[in-house]
Design a protein around this ligand. Sequence first.
Ligand SMILES: NC(=O)C1=CN([C@@H]2O[C@H](COP(=O)(O)OP(=O)(O)OC[C@H]3O[C@@H](n4cnc5c(N)ncnc54)[C@H](O)[C@@H]3O)[C@@H](O)[C@H]2O)C=CC1
Ligand SMILES: CC(=O)C(=O)O
Ligand SMILES: [Mg+2]
Length: 628
Amino acid sequence: MLSASKHLISKTIVQVPPSLHLNRVLGNRLYSSYYNPNSQHEFSDPRQDKTVHVMHSRGVNVLHDPLLSKGTAFDLAERERLSIRGLVPPRCQAMDKQLLRVKRNLDACETPLSKFVFLAALHDRNETLYYKLLMEHLEELAGIIYTPTVGLASQMSHSIYRRSRGMYFSSQDRGQMSAMVYNWPHDKVDVIVVTDGSRVLGLGDLGANGMQIPIGKLSLYVAAGGIRPRAVLPVVLDVGTNNQELLNDPLYLGMSHPRLEGDDYYSFVDEWVTAITSRWPDTLIQFEDFKYPHAYNLLSKYRNRITCFNDDIQSTSSITLAGILASLKSRGRSQEDLSKETIICVGAGSAGVGVCEGIIDCMVAQGRVKTREEAYSRIYMLDQYGLLGNPTTLDDDDENPCSYQYKPRSTPLDDRQHAYVKKDLRDQMTLEQLVKIVKPTVLLGLTGIRGVFSEESIREMSKHQEKPVIFPLSNPDTHAECTAEEAFKWTDGRAIFASGSPFKDVLLPNGKTGKTNQCNNSYSFPGLGLGITVSRASRVTQSMFLETARTIANMATPEQLKEGILFPGVSQLREVALNVGTRVCEVAFEEGVATAVLEKGEILSEVVRNSAYQPEYVPLVYHPGYNF
Ligand SMILES: NC(=O)C1=CN([C@@H]2O[C@H](COP(=O)(O)OP(=O)(O)OC[C@H]3O[C@@H](n4cnc5c(N)ncnc54)[C@H](O)[C@@H]3O)[C@@H](O)[C@H]2O)C=CC1
Ligand SMILES: CC(=O)C(=O)O
Ligand SMILES: [Mg+2]
């Protein structure tokens, strides 16, 4: 294994004529970029020995550009330089006063949705202040800009629409995408989060309204992962929607036709990928909230061709595996005991299958199972019909034929799901029946359906486990398979609990507190993105996800684990991302996919830390033809 302290990364500058190139500063890394008079850059000015932001715009263009604006914080000299004197109130206010104002106004908003709208407006006015506020109140605000409130905001997106953010590529743009990508004003894009809005959280098809999800994810990429705000791009692929309510709504902003399917769909995505990678060949693409099986098909098609991953499949697997590994320690066992666990996963879609594949990878990597098939035998999977079991064990005089209704699946199981079929158990057995038979240690919910973890199933599970591990992972909270209160009540307070969206800790009848954890891919993707960006990895490898899980699984202290706390709190997401980012960077070098150059003199963890964006105002300089 590569040790962080041994590895060094260079401050390489591509040698090109100075008139064509400028050295861009990202933390302590120097990039080279083509000079583009329409874009703005952060430069380290060797003559001034400080970072300044040199732009080719001024006046209201600066004031109204959320990436540049400081609102009331422009000092007098800057107002003069940028021709904005008189365009803002006279007093120059430092950021701490601005923060006071925005926090007061935010607190005055009465509903989560109104807070969401307020924060979106701040994001659109002044990104530096937005990220400062977000980072200072991450625990509180993650629940607004991300799940659960982002779910409601997505459902209401066409009603609360104020101003566009990101890019939309729709069915009417076919043949145009390679030109369209140049409409985006930034030459450097480090991370793209793209959705087709077909399965937004557990809320189903929300079409173009799905844009709120990439925006929310990328806010966490910046706040937690330290990616620069100007280097992120949220994208919706509007291939239509099958959501009739949206299609009937006169305010809906997406294309008004049913979803493209089959070859039309895949060739559409292909045109988009080609266009994106022609302008930004090194960008990381995160596929988000694509329905099954498109999610898997796109991942299989592109994972070995471009720098990409699927968040719901892969980074969800990292954090869930981390949760299970940490729970082993919390139960006084070794992480190496993973293959002795009996796991039930309810939900056989992208997230369910992705999570289980991650667990299996880990069992195999630990070497405690002889074959992958043996690892599969440790996991029982259910879909909406019930257990993935053996239909041939059903017969007419089944001893309890009315215990469930057997319905042929509308779509047959595919190979990925088929690997979990249990030949010795009846197909479509209910969760309650299965729990009685297999006595699971871990119960995972990835269905998007509230109430799937019934009282009967959890009470039965807790008869056999001292500390039942119960993870209702579906989002938003209204779609979680059970609530924290239910989990603790039905296990007499003994559950180790983690949910996709945040739940408050639960006061138990004995006066103790049932600790809740948030097990959401927001713990994994920001660090993955940071590590991939800093190492400039050309591919996202499977070991990056396993190592992400291992890194996060080892972050809780023994005292926290004893209390049932599995991860650092959401307020610590930046720290989690820095640790994950460092490990992902190491993996990128170990596996030979890093394209950044290693050199003596710098420590990888420090490079990662220094590369992470900090929301501070930097001096702005107007210069129509600035050159070193
Ligand atoms: N905590 C986290 O970080 C993440 C959570 N999720 C959540 O997982 C959920 C599922 O996402 P995907 O797998 O992408 O969706 P999907 O639509 O691909 O899969 C859903 C699965 O649930 C099954 N299902 C539906 N109703 C059921 C029922 N009553 N009983 C048992 N199974 C049932 C379906 O048959 C299907 O296999 C969503 O709610 C999403 O929010 C997804 C990614 C990350
Ligand atoms: C968290 C997430 O990615 C989801 O629920 O889809
Ligand atoms: Mg998702």
